[in-house]
Design a protein around this ligand. Structure first.
Ligand code: NAP
Length: 490
C-alpha cells in the first residue's frame, strides 16, 4: 500500500531539511536558484502548455510570466550572494556610546520553514516557483507549498522539476515540499503547524485575512505576508488630458483589460476633474473598451465573483454603465466602465470594493477639493497613478502632493500594471493592500521578509556565523563601523 505523507510528516521533514539548508552559503543558495531557473527555462514549452490548459491565460502571456519567474529566481540569488540584503554589521573598537572597546556583530538568520500559498492569477511568478518561494530559499528557509487548486497540475509539474534540481545538487529533497492536498483545510492546517514560522500569500482579502487571523491566534503567532485587495486609483489632471488623452487611452484600456483584468495592480478607479478634456477622454476610453470582447477568467469562482460585484455596482442608483452591455458566458468577464459622481462615491464606501476583472469606475469630481477628499478616503493601495504635466504641477500642486501619499508605489504618467522586478521596486501598501506595508513582495528585498535579526556580543570567531567573522570568506558586502566594505577585519 502506498502511504501518502501527512501534513505533520511533510512539515517535520521540511524542518529537518531547514536545519541543514540554513548553513548553506549565500552563494550556495544562489546556485540552487540559478539551477531551478535553468531547469524551468528548459522545460518552458511543456509547462506553458499545462498552465494554458488550466488557467485560460494565453501562451504568450505565460511565456512572459515564466521568463520573469526565471529572472526573479536568478536576481534574488544574486542579491543573496552579494550579501547586502542580510545587513551584516560589525562594530568594533570605541564606536559605541560608552567609548570602551566593543565587539558587536549583527546578521540576519533564516526564520525557519515558510508556508507558501500559490496565487491563482500568476501560475508561475506568484505560485510554486514564484517570488515567495524564490525569496524564502534565498533567505535560507525551506518551503512548504500549498498549491492553488485552479492550477494544480502546473504546480505539480514545476515542483517535480524543482525536486530534480535538489537531487542533482545533492541537497535534501524536503527543502521544497509540495502538498498533495490543495484544499482550504490543508492550508489552514499548514498555517497552524508549530514548525511553520512564516506565511507568504497572494489572493483575496477574505483568504489573506482569514490566514492572518489564524496565524495570530497560534500559541506562537507568526508573520503572514499577505498581498490582497487593491483598486490602484488613477488621478487625471486636466492639462495633461487636454494634451494627450488619445495616446493615454490606449495604454489605460490595456491596463484595465490585460489578462482579463486579473492583476493586483489593475486600475479599478479613475478619478478626473470635470472638463472638456475629461469628456473627450471618457468617450475615447468607452470606444476603446467596446472593441474588446468578453474573455474567460482564471476559474469559475473568480468569474462568479466578477459577475456579482459588477452587478452590485450597476444596481446602484448612483452609477451609470458607460460601455455597451453585451451577453457574456458564465465563465467570462466583459470590459466595463461605470461612472459615478465624486459626491456619491464619497458617500458610499462599498464602491471602493475590488472587482477582480476588467472593470473600472470613473469618478467625476466637480473640483480639485473633491479629488483631494477622495485621496484622503482611499483605503491602503499597492499603487497610485498621477497623470499630469508641468502646468498641472503648478495649478494643482497641493493635490498632487497629497495624492502621492496614497499607495506603496506612485506612478507618473503611466499605468500601474507591469511590475518591474528590481531592487528599487516596492510592491506593498497599507492594509488591505497587504498585511505589512514595511515589506515588498516583488524585488530582491522580498528576501528580508524571511529573516530574523541575531546579534553576537564578544563571541569567539569560530562560533560566529561566516558572514560576520573577521575573515570575509564569503566575499560579501558588510557594514564595518558604519562603512560598507568587502575587506577582512584584522
Ligand atoms: P483566494 O480565494 O484568496 O485563494 C488563494 C488561496 O488561499 C487558495 O489556495 C485558497 O485555497 C486559499 N484560501 C482562500 N480562502 C481561504 C480561507 N478562508 N482559509 C484558508 N485558505 C483560504 O484567491 P483566488 O482563488 O486567487 O481568487 C479569488 C479572489 O481573490 C479574486 O476574485 C480576487 O478578488 C482576489 N485576488 C486578488 C489577487 C491580488 O493580487 N490582490 C490575486 C488573485 C486573486 P482554496 O481555494 O482551497 O480555498
Amino acid at each position: 500500500m502506498i502511504q501518502t505523507a501527512t501534513m505533520g510528516d511533510s512539515v517535520a521533514n521540511a524542518y529537518q531539511a531547514f536545519l541543514a539548508y540554513r548553513n548553506l552559503s549565500y552563494a550556495g543558495r544562489a546556485k540552487l536558484l540559478n539551477h531551478i531557473a535553468d531547469a524551468l527555462a528548459s522545460n518552458a514549452n511543456d509547462l506553458i502548455a499545462i498552465a494554458a490548459e488550466e488557467t485560460n491565460l494565453n501562451p504568450a502571456r505565460l511565456k512572459t510570466e515564466l521568463n520573469r519567474t526565471c529572472f526573479q529566481l536568478r536576481s534574488y540569488g544574486e542579491a543573496a550572494a552579494k550579501g547586502l540584503v542580510f545587513d551584516n554589521t560589525i562594530d568594533v573598537g570605541t564606536t559605541g556610546n560608552s567609548q570602551v572597546n566593543i565587539d558587536i556583530r549583527k546578521t540576519v538568520v533564516p526564520i525557519g520553514v515558510v508556508a507558501v500559498f500559490g496565487a491563482s492569477n500568476f501560475p508561475f511568478a506568484y505560485s510554486t516557483p514564484g517570488g515567495d518561494t524564490a525569496s524564502a530559499l534565498a533567505a535560507g528557509c525551506t518551503v512548504v507549498i500549498k498549491p492553488h487548486p485552479a492550477h494544480f497540475k502546473t504546480s505539480l509539474a514545476v515542483a517535480k522539476i524543482m525536486k530534480e534540481v535538489l537531487a542533482q545538487l545533492h541537497l535534501p529533497g524536503s527543502i521544497i515540499t509540495h502538498l498533495e492536498d490543495a484544499s482550504t483545510e490543508a492550508g489552514i492546517e499548514l498555517v497552524k503547524h508549530p514548525l511553520i514560522k512564516a506565511v507568504g500569500f497572494t489572493g483575496s482579502l477574505n483568504g489573506g485575512k482569514a490566514l492572518y487571523d489564524i496565524a495570530q491566534q497560534r500559541v506562537q503567532p507568526i508573520p503572514v505576508f499577505a498581498e490582497m485587495g487593491s483598486v490602484n486609483p488613477v488621478f487625471l489632471f486636466p492639462n495633461r488630458l487636454a494634451q494627450s488623452a488619445p495616446k493615454y487611452v490606449g495604454v489605460l484600456a490595456g491596463a484595465i483589460t490585460g489578462s482579463v483584468g486579473q492583476f493586483c495592480t489593475q486600475p479599478g478607479i479613475i478619478v478626473g476633474i470635470d472638463s472638456p478634456a475629461l469628456e473627450q477622454f471618457k468617450s475615447l476610453l468607452v470606444a476603446d473598451l467596446n472593441t474588446i470582447p468578453p474573455a474567460k477568467m482564471l476559474h469559475q469562482g473568480i468569474a462568479d465573483s466578477f459577475a456579482k460585484y459588477r452587478q452590485l455596482f450597476l444596481d446602484k442608483t448612483t452609477t451609470e454603465l458607460l460601455t455597451k452591455e453585451q451577453y457574456f458566458e458564465h465563465d467570462m468577464a466583459i470590459p466595463t466602465l461605470i461612472e459615478v459622481s465624486a459626491a456619491d462615491f464619497i458617500n458610499d464606501n462599498s464602491l471602493q470594493h475590488e472587482v477582480f476583472g476588467p472593470v473600472s469606475l470613473l469618478v467625476r469630481c466637480a473640483n480639485e477639493q473633491e479629488m483631494v477628499q477622495i485621496a484622503y478616503l482611499m483605503k491602503g493601495q499597492l499603487t497610485t497613478t498621477i497623470v499630469a504635466n508641468h502646468l498641472d504641477v503648478e495649478d494643482y500642486k497641493e493635490a498632487i502632493h497629497l495624492i502621492a501619499e496614497v499607495g506603496g508605489r506612485v506612478i507618473w504618467n503611466g499605468v500601474p500594471t507591469g511590475v518591474e522586478v528590481c531592487l528599487s521596486m516596492h510592491h506593498g501598501g497599507d492594509f488591505p493592500a497587504t498585511t505589512d506595508s514595511r515589506f515588498t513582495a516583488v524585488g530582491a528585498d522580498a528576501i528580508k521578509r524571511w529573516g530574523k535579526i541575531k546579534c553576537y556580543q564578544n563571541f569567539p570567531q569560530e562560533l560566529l556565523p561566516p558572514p560576520v567573522q573577521n575573515k570575509n570568506s564569503w566575499q560579501i558586502w558588510r557594514r564595518i563601523n558604519n562603512e560598507y566594505s568587502k575587506s577582512d577585519l584584522d
